[in-house]
Design a protein around this ligand. Structure first.
Ligand code: FES
Ligand SMILES: [Fe+2]
Length: 374
């Protein structure tokens, strides 16, 4: 597994960049055809790929009890993810085996899934347990009419689903522990933007835009274009330091703590990321709805702070409101503006420079996997 920098090494690297007025650099520049942000063919290929990769579905903490479930679409497929009576998380295609109605909506806790149409009833393990008036269905094989499973894996405090034949087996091997099941989800929301999912994803992968786009929001607290960017497997970690990190210069190296001094963004290839802030963490999943429309699925969780205590939930909520109402809205607006601007046909491709190393890694990985699939 790729090693990410230790806390002490990370702080050294950041302070070195502050002194040198530098940032981490990638090796290559990347040219991405702009067509890939609106082409129907490219979109179809990406959806097919997303169904063959483990994609983040929800935090483990969103399934706190046996029977807790979340139902929504992933790469266009309606799914239910549920924690069973044995504590194991399973995923199913969300369609009744009688005539296909979804058997669950939203999220909640259930003892069984009862179809709203004719009340066929499924256990948390997907088994068909009850068919009202089953004499009307002679020879129905219950064993063959359970909910249809897809692969679910819990790793690093997240639940991942893989719907179809995996294109890259073992893809979660490089996943560090990012969240824990004990963190509290204090907010879950969904909203839609008129932008390709990759344009939105790219906004979280570089800090070259902090001064220009986030001049009054993040820039007063953070640095412009000063990031540590590491790649691990198909993923990347982008560290955005706060100016207050300079206080650590006066503290002995082995006593320095990074919590509260940076925002760490763990890009989880392909369509999600976890941002760890001082008092809370965010899981953002970008569900592609069409080439030019994306649904955001956002979970906000309170953090454990350094000494194992849970962060004050009110502080976590206050920080979350700041991030949501300021910087995130600016990023959303930028992605939508780029999408609208594509109609200008001014650019045959976008050029990502050496500051945009994580984006280059993202597109390199995506193109390679689309080629494997082809
Ligand atoms: S469609 Fe589900 S019981 Fe009929
Ligand atoms: Fe941004």
């Amino acid at each position: 597994m790729t090693q990410l920098l230790s806390e002490a090494d990370l702080i050294d690297r950041i302070l070195g960049h502050v002194d040198a007025k530098s940032t981490d650099l990638g090796d290559d520049v990347w040219h991405e055809p702009t067509e890939n942000y609106y082409s129907k063919e490219r979109f179809a290929a990406e959806i097919e790929l997303l169904r063959r990769l483990p994609v983040a579905f929800c935090p483990s903490a969103a399934l706190p009890e046996n029977g807790s479930y979340v139902a929504r679409t992933a790469a266009g497929t309606p799914l239910i993810v549920v924690r069973g009576d044995d504590g194991v998380v399973r995923a199913f295609r969300n369609a009744c085996r009688h005539r296909g109605i979804p058997v669950a909506q939203g999220s909640g806790c259930a003892r069984a899934f009862v179809c709203p149409y004719h009340a066929w009833t499924y256990g948390l393990d997907g088994r068909l347990k009850h068919v009202p008036g089953d004499d009307g269905f002679p020879n129905l094989d219950h064993e063959q009419h359970g909910l249809v499973p897809v692969t679910a894996e819990e790793k690093g405090g997240l639940v991942f689903v893989t719907q179809d034949d995996p294109v890259s087996p073992g893809a979660l091997a490089d996943m560090p522990d990012l969240l824990t099941a004990e963190q509290t989800v204090f907010d879950a929301s969904e909203f839609t933007d008129e932008a390709n999912w990759k344009l939105i994803a790219e906004t979280s992968m570089e800090g070259y835009h902090i001064k220009a786009l986030h001049n009054r929001t993040f820039f007063p607290y953070g640095f412009d274009n000063l990031n540590v960017v590491e790649t691990y497997g198909p993923n990347s970690r982008i560290i955005f330091p706060f100016r207050r990190i300079e206080k650590l210069r006066d503290i002995p190296r082995d006593e320095r703590r990074i919590n509260g001094m940076v925002t760490s963004v763990y890009q989880l290839f392909p369509n999600s990321h976890v941002s760890v802030l001082s008092n809370h963490s965010l899981l953002i999943i970008l569900e592609p709805l069409s080439p030019t429309k994306t649904q955001w699925v956002v979970y906000r969780l309170s953090n454990h702070v350094n000494d194992g205590k849970t962060a004050d939930i009110n502080e976590a909520k206050r920080d979350a409101t700041f991030v949501k109402d300021t910087g995130l809205d600016e990023d959303r607006a930028a992605a939508c503006a780029i999408q609208a601007g594509l109609k200008s046909k001014a650019n045959s491709h976008f050029t990502f420079g050496k500051f945009e190393k994580a984006i280059v890694h993202f597109h390199t990985t995506l193109r390679k996997l689309l080629d494997v699939r082809a």
